[in-house]
Design a protein around this ligand. Structure first.
Ligand code: MAN
Ligand code: CA
Length: 207
């Protein structure tokens, strides 16, 4: 049996050309599609404007939010006065020295211990307007040896704040008060105003 020829001579060559053309066309079409996809990804100027408007809105909301946090973040409770990193409670009622000290402790504070000239000046001025006010200073343990309620001794640089002729221990006076422009030793059982002191809370952005 004689084999039938598969096609006219040269048919195989023509077939090759066709396949190559098809391949080229496919490649071209593929590149065209890829190009169109890339071009469609580039945002239009309208889309860019919308994005900017969105960013502006987010920025405004963030600014308002920050202002809100500032208003909420108070270093001291509402009825306490802030001064140089501490909160001060100036009582409206009067108690003896021991009950005043206890009242401060119950609020997580201390009957005031003075640590600077600025603080002394601030306290003296504020209490002068209110009247006789207890501070956290006494010589209850040993006559004429003054200690603050935190256990520290009264340092020499603060002794100038005693009023002239004070402390005079007149009829046994073991507790210190703000009296006019300076300090006085007074009887611990007398009811007077008092000042408590505690650390202020710090808002994170102030640190
Ligand atoms: C009163 C009391 C005393 C104080 C004298 C000062 O007697 O407050 O503690 O020493 O006044 O004149
Ligand atoms: Ca006195």
């Amino acid at each position: 049996v004689r084999m039938q020829p598969l096609g006219p001579p040269g048919c195989l060559g023509h077939g090759h050309t066709f396949v190559l053309q098809l391949l080229g066309l496919t490649l071209f079409a593929g590149l065209l599609v890829a190009l169109l996809v890339q071009v469609s990804k580039v945002p239009s100027s309208q889309e860019q404007e919308q994005e900017l408007a969105k960013q502006e809105k987010v920025y405004q909301e963030l600014t308002q939010l920050k202002a809100g946090v500032d208003r909420l973040c108070r270093p001291c409770p509402w009825d306490l006065t802030f001064f140089q990193g501490h909160c001060y409670f100036f009582s409206k009622s009067q108690r003896n020295w021991h009950d005043s000290a206890t009242a401060c402790q119950e609020e997580g504070a201390q009957l005031v211990v003075i640590n600077s000239a600025e603080e002394q000046s601030f306290l003296q001025l504020t209490t002068k307007k209110r009247g006789h006010t207890w501070m956290g200073l006494s010589d209850l343990n040993k006559e004429a040896t003054w200690h603050w309620v935190d256990g520290s001794p009264l340092s020499l640089r603060f002794m100038k704040y005693w009023n002239p002729t004070e402390p005079n221990n007149l009829g046994q006076e073991d507790c210190a008060e703000f009296d006019g422009d300076g300090w006085n030793d007074a009887k611990c059982d007398i009811s007077k105003f008092w000042v408590c002191k505690k650390s202020a809370l710090s808002c994170s952005h102030e640190q």
